[in-house]
Unconditional design. Structure first.
Length: 166
């Protein structure tokens, strides 16, 4: 019952506390990235994971039965090397989450990749920005320093300003 699932375990007993499973289908919707644990600026603990269906899921770290937030991060598919299946892990910086996906349509424009800044604010839109770029598909996980978000895009490495995404 736990295939294609995010599972929360009790740290002492390793018993399953809760889990969320992508609904079974004929597509290749396994989790493309390793989950990212982060603490938001309100000190709430979260787990974020990108699925090959093109969606980013954010969960309360203590109860993963239902996502707190879901966002389109890519078109979804089965071939990450062709840009169709987002597999990049997220990173966090100063209580905010940064995630990237491959091929995505933002507005009327289609991009090879994107960066999204997510601020999990209770009762408000969590997306601070989502910006597209055409420097290559994002295959590797994001990382960060105190002053930049590092995005591996195709054969390029993008160094982005966390405040603006530029």
């Amino acid at each position: 019952p736990y295939s294609d699932s995010i599972v929360a375990l009790d740290a002492n007993t390793l018993k399953v506390k809760s889990h969320f499973r992508i609904p079974p289908n004929a597509n290749d919707w396994d989790w493309g990235s390793s989950p990212t644990f982060y603490v938001d600026r309100f000190r709430h603990r979260h787990v974020a994971a990108v699925n090959k269906n093109g969606l980013l899921y954010v969960f309360d770290a203590n109860n993963v039965v239902k996502p707190q937030f879901v966002m389109r991060i890519g078109i979804g598919g089965s071939d990450p090397l062709a840009g169709g299946a987002p597999i990049a892990g997220c990173t966090s910086l100063k209580g905010q989450l940064y995630c990237s996906g491959s091929i995505i349509k933002i507005g009327k424009t289609t991009y090879e990749g994107s960066i999204a800044k997510i601020d999990t604010r209770p009762g408000k839109d969590s997306v601070v920005y989502q910006k597209g770029f055409n420097d290559g598909f994002v295959i590797g996980s994001l990382s960060s320093t105190n002053t930049e978000i590092i995005v591996p895009a195709g054969s390029n490495i993008l160094l982005l300003n966390p405040a603006t995404g530029n």
